[in-house]
Ligand binder design. Sequence first.
Ligand code: ADP
Ligand code: GN1
Ligand code: MG
Length: 366
Amino acid sequence: MKHDVQAVMARFAVAGTFADAQPYGSGHINDTYLVRLQEGHSHTPWILQHINRNIFRDVPGLMGNVLRVTEHLRRRLQSHPGSAPHREALTIVPTHDGAAYHQDAEGEFWRVYAFITGARTYDEVQSRDMAREAAKAFGTFQKLLMDLPAPALQETIPFFHHTPNRFAKLEAAIAADPVGRAATCRAEIDFALARQALTGLLVDQLAAGVLPQRVTHNDTKINNVMIDDRDGRGICVIDLDTVMPGTVLYDFGDEVRTTTGTAAEDERDLKKVRFQVDMFEALVQGYMEAAREFLVPAEIDQLAFCGRLITFEIGIRFLTDYLEGDVYFKTHRPGHNLDRLRTQFEMVRQMEQRAEEMERIVSRYR
Ligand code: ADP
Ligand code: GN1
Ligand code: MG
């Protein structure tokens, strides 16, 4: 393990002695560990995370957001009969000094969450029921946060889902071509450049006030919702690093991106990548169940489109990172970002072909 997990864990206010630890999850940015502490014969699991401060430049601000959001969710859940706040919202474990995070001697940031038992995450969706449950959980998350008291959350990564800004960064990377890779992905570059017109569609409506600004999650991959082992319900939305003000459409869109495909994000064989319209329908159904009461018509109008947009956005982010020499996303093999961007663009291509069908589905659930 690349970190001294035992020493870090000792800084947090948790009972028991260190038993073991293992790397956990499949995120591209932070490092997550499952740590077990022992008291007598029993072991208690905890989630320990090393926060990537190259990417999150204001970790105190980020943790301020996470604290406000988790405390608000807990308060809202407590007034819901039958809910289990300790399973349906993340719980931050403080340090011995009562802080929400620990900064070590090297300046690295750490936090601990209570481990949610009897539930797990899935990197790939297993069924339409799971898609529906996940979408409902993200919709409920947005709903519970609608009355988060002012001030607005901090924008921890400025322009995070500003697709035109992402596009400009891609153009700069193509022009600079710092590691000489542009020649190896000309077809992908052309695919991206041909779609510039899409990029501003949501941010322009947000700026014009047509789309409302809400508290959004901004990283709603299927593996960021815990699914209950017993009844398959989406019980808890996790991975709150990017909770910020935004439009719900990038949230719904990222569910579409990560749930409607038949292949992993980094699948090399594009023949295995297939958009599944029945999964899209399950997402619309689950999301509308939770969100129908608060969505405005201008938001519902874009539910069919937003998945294509964010799939394109993540695709151009992988392409930019590939051109820049793999400096942002963790990569585990040569060409990893190239494989990732190709699956994204293949999904965009298929969603373009199915656009009308997707519109018809949305109109059935309005
Ligand atoms: P990353 O940003 O690296 O994706 P996450 O916060 O999503 O980090 O955590 C990685 C994985 O760890 C999740 O997919 C989930 O399986 C597990 N996990 C995270 N938080 C908890 C928790 N509180 N209880 C149980 N498992 C968790
Ligand atoms: C990153 O850390 P992780 O894997 O949950 C990225 C998301 C991308 C995603 C692509 C802060 O999320 O924006 O959609 O990879 N997070 C950040 O899989 O950039
Ligand atoms: Mg995650």
